[in-house]
Design a protein around this ligand. Structure first.
Ligand code: IMP
Ligand code: MG
Length: 242
């Protein structure tokens, strides 16, 4: 049987992100597995396959191409989570662009969103008077993107828009909508394709949900078979332009 904590917090067999992120630190743990096992063995369910991901990226890449063709613009990849998405995205935008990076950490070891820690900020020359598209792996509470858009505007960018791989609208804490997005996901903690849990799983080529025993010491090995499969939790999102 699932642990009492899981009975209360699993929705459709998958962990509710809000419950997980609000959980006391003592109840979380870092991934532990035999070193010879593949990261794939820790995934309970694949939410987005590689094929689905590429379809979504191609759709958004052509929207960006249409919107920015004929103008000078820079894609700013928010590290570390968006590096996989950004590299696939820019290779499907066949018009001139520049690439920059910024690092923004809001989660520490899978905990709730805290104060933002900004690093590797592009130089003034790369920002002033430029049109920027900030690219992130996931729009969750929206705090990271909201703060970064303001920071880039304050440094003199002429236009700042955003593009996210995943969007979790249910988790929003600030009023923010992405200009371009690939997929909307439910309130679940997901990993892969750049998204991490405690620094790992970014190298999965798909997006998935972890097996409960990876993050919860109270779940015994045999319990995984009792966790029911959830409904289809990922929907293709229409791009929202604002
Ligand atoms: P926000 O400021 O709450 O929107 O934070 C966005 C950041 O939180 C993302 O760039 C991720 O690093 C992290 N994050 C939010 N949800 C997830 C998730 O389900 N899996 C992995 N990382 C997540
Ligand atoms: Mg991130």
């Amino acid at each position: 049987m699932p642990s009492p904590w899981h009975r209360e917090h699993l929705s459709g067999g998958l962990l509710d992100a809000r419950r997980w992120l609000n959980r006391p630190l003592a109840r979380r743990r870092t991934p532990s597995r035999a070193p010879n096992l593949a990261v794939h063995d820790d995934i309970q369910r694949v939410l987005l396959t590689e094929e689905q991901i590429l379809e979504g990226i191609e759709r958004v890449a052509s929207e960006i191409t249409g919107a920015y063709r004929g103008t000078k613009f820079t894609v700013v990849s928010i590290l570390k989570g968006s590096c996989v998405f950004a590299s696939d995205l820019i290779r499907r935008i066949p018009v001139p662009l520049e690439l920059a990076f910024v690092s923004a950490s809001s989660y520490r070891e899978g905990t709730e969103s805290g104060d933002l820690d900004l690093n590797f900020f592009p130089t003034d020359k790369e920002i002033r008077g430029r049109r920027l598209i900030l690219v992130d792996d996931i729009l969750d509470t929206g705090r990271t993107m909201n703060a970064l858009v303001k920071a880039f505007k304050a440094r003199g960018a002429s236009d700042v828009r955003s593009c996210v791989f995943l969007d979790k609208p249910e988790r929003r804490a600030v009023d923010y909508r992405a200009d371009f997005r690939c997929f909307e996901v439910e309130d679940l903690f997901v990993v892969g394709y750049g998204l991490d849990y405690a620094g790992e799983y970014r190298n999965l080529p798909y997006v998935g949900a972890l097996r409960p025993e990876i993050y919860d010491t109270t779940v015994a090995e045999g319990d995984q078979s009792t966790v029911a499969e959830g409904d289809q939790r990922v929907q293709k999102a229409q791009t929202t332009k604002s």
